[in-house]
Design a binder for this molecule. Sequence first.
Ligand SMILES: *[C@@H]1O[C@H](CO)[C@@H](O)[C@H](O)[C@H]1NC(C)=O
Ligand SMILES: *[C@@H]1O[C@H](CO)[C@@H](O)[C@H](O)[C@H]1NC(C)=O
Ligand SMILES: *[C@@H]1O[C@H](CO)[C@@H](O)[C@H](O)[C@H]1NC(C)=O
Ligand SMILES: *[C@@H]1O[C@H](CO)[C@@H](O)[C@H](O)[C@H]1NC(C)=O
Ligand SMILES: *[C@@H]1O[C@H](CO)[C@@H](O)[C@H](O)[C@H]1NC(C)=O
Ligand SMILES: *[C@@H]1O[C@H](CO)[C@@H](O)[C@H](O)[C@H]1NC(C)=O
Ligand SMILES: *[C@@H]1O[C@H](CO)[C@@H](O)[C@H](O)[C@H]1NC(C)=O
Length: 629
Amino acid sequence: MVQLKLVALTLSILWPWWSFDGAVGDPQLFLLKWDCSGFKVPNLSNFYQNLNASLADLRTQVSNQSKIFATAQSTIGSDPVYAMFQCRNYLNNTDCTTCLATATAKVRNCSTGANGVRVIYDGCFLRYESNDFFAQIMPRSSILCGNHTADESTTFSEAGQQVLMDLQIATPKITGFYAATKTQVAGGAIYAIAQCAETLTQDSCLDCLSVEHSSIQGCLPKTNGRAFDAGCFMRYSETPFFADNQTIDINPFLKQGGSSSKKWAIFGGGVGGAVLVVILLSLFLRWRRRSQSPKRAPRGNILGATELKAATKYKYSDLKVATKNFSEKNKLGEGGFGAVYKGTMKNGKVVAVKKLISGKSNKIDDDFESEVMLISNVHHRNLVQLFGCCSKGQDRILVYEYMANNSLDKFLFGKRKGSLNWRQRLDIILGTARGLAYLHEEFHVSIIHRDIKIGNILLDEQLQPKISDFGLVKLLPGDQSHLSTRFAGTMGYTAPEYALHGQLSEKADTYSYGIVVLEIISGQKNIDVKVVDDDGEDEYLLRQAWKLYERGMHLDLVDKSLDPNNYDAEEVKKVIDIALLCTQASAAMRPTMSKVVVLLSSNYLVEHMKPSMPIFIESNLRSHRDIST
Ligand SMILES: *[C@@H]1O[C@H](CO)[C@@H](O)[C@H](O)[C@H]1NC(C)=O
Ligand SMILES: *[C@@H]1O[C@H](CO)[C@@H](O)[C@H](O)[C@H]1NC(C)=O
Ligand SMILES: *[C@@H]1O[C@H](CO)[C@@H](O)[C@H](O)[C@H]1NC(C)=O
Ligand SMILES: *[C@@H]1O[C@H](CO)[C@@H](O)[C@H](O)[C@H]1NC(C)=O
Ligand SMILES: *[C@@H]1O[C@H](CO)[C@@H](O)[C@H](O)[C@H]1NC(C)=O
Ligand SMILES: *[C@@H]1O[C@H](CO)[C@@H](O)[C@H](O)[C@H]1NC(C)=O
Ligand SMILES: *[C@@H]1O[C@H](CO)[C@@H](O)[C@H](O)[C@H]1NC(C)=O
């Protein structure tokens, strides 16, 4: 499954020598992230027109209308641009405008035509993409931890844990999704903020902050830390980075379960005189010490860019409670790898718990943990995030992010058949391609999925697709040799060279993807052999698509539940052409998934790219059946 093709990662995070202890009121231009997309837009002149218009729009909103959060979009012609900007709420308008100007210059400094950029400073962030990302969060975050451990490290950690947890809980409930707190601790205070993009829902703000919360916790007991990159922001520091009078009382938003948070509130608000004197004295001493020591150059650790982070180990007992003892009621489904249950963790987070089919050999233990670590480090918005695992006796359990809308087959063939419109289908087609391109080409080992099918594409609340079950083949018990026939994917989706000859490459996923696209467009299952056509032959989906294509009657394939007024016929044809390019008989002729992304995003299919005929062998279907039994 996982081909160990290690590719060096380039560290795309640069940081200048700004002061770490940014004075209150400056624009806080300490750069945390600068990430330029590697994809280039097809039409530069359209793109720059759109980019300039969006950035100008943001500038007007921020500087003339004093907004701290703004989105803008410009979609004239091909190559639209969607842009988002947000200042930390404690910056005044002058500083916020300065931060935007700096971010704008930085964004323009990517290579020509980059179709997406994120730049994150302490004071603000700016991002643009060629698609509408305003409601999206990413299942990963980066952290930057300080390099000094707090003096009273245990008390500092405890207080830090508490305030970060409180911020995670309270911020999504506060209008504007922002909170800033100051918490007294022995010898000082912890200043902390949390912020989400205002275009998120309350739920996705919570999801986003829980991702950041779980990473930023790792910074404690360092005196400061930041978590960013997931679509929201968290920061804490012993040093004030906003004025005391800018804190927000979050207590009203911490309903039950806040016994210890109340403790801190009381501690922070109403301590007796003696304690106060001690605190003030130690603050003073600390301040003296700090002002005497020479100013240090900023330092920090950037984790996650080059090294794999360990996966979370869950306790079996916790998972048992979370899933109500793996009850039937909590069961979400049963897949090739085992049953999946909905679980609610103690902190309220909902997860999907997958109990792998149990094996006999202990040999898999080493493999299990290293594979889980690898997979849990795969972070992409179109891939289901693996949080961690649990081993107990023979049981191997994986804990994943929970997908509210279950899998795509429910929407195409199940209860909600016919409920997806063309735009939504196209988003799913594009998102799935992006997820696969990431697995194949961007993660630092190339991962071939081998079982791409409708049932493995899950949908989030916004109906964005996330691919599940990648990387799992190695976790099956007794699977040492990876005999290709042992795991030949799912009937009808498997590339002929893989099904028949066991030849495996990324292009096998490309083939399965092509079949999935045809299913999404037609609303038909690929292996339904219903109709016998004029020539007296079985008519299954791929054959039908090819025949219609040859006769220039593509549109007859389109799901009848789609309203022809709601899609652009040329666009649908283009996507069918792409699906057929993906299912060509020759693996070499199929496009790579990153190429598919480019083809889908551009307006015209390049002239010379005409699909050649797929293999139609009745024995193809039959041999699938043989293999899978
Ligand atoms: C914003 O804050 C900066 C830094 O403290 C200060 O110099 C500036 O006067 C402030 N601007 C406004 C409009 O208050
Ligand atoms: C970009 O689009 C514009 C307007 O649609 C068109 O005039 C121009 O020829 C295109 N340029 C390229 C390189 O395709
Ligand atoms: C966009 O703005 C940049 C920088 O201000 C400028 O160099 C470029 O010519 C502009 N492009 C268009 C198409 O307006
Ligand atoms: C925003 O303010 C600038 C400078 O004050 C001014 O030139 C510009 O016309 C204003 N833009 C709008 C849309 O009001
Ligand atoms: C833009 O890139 C150039 C060359 O890499 C560099 O010299 C310059 O400082 C960069 N500008 C910004 C604003 O980062
Ligand atoms: C907050 O404190 C600053 C000085 O630190 C002061 O300039 C500002 O007016 C205060 N703001 C409020 C709302 O009290
Ligand atoms: C952190 O500080 C320690 C002690 O001053 C030093 O040895 C270490 O190299 C620093 N680490 C980083 C990443 O700067």
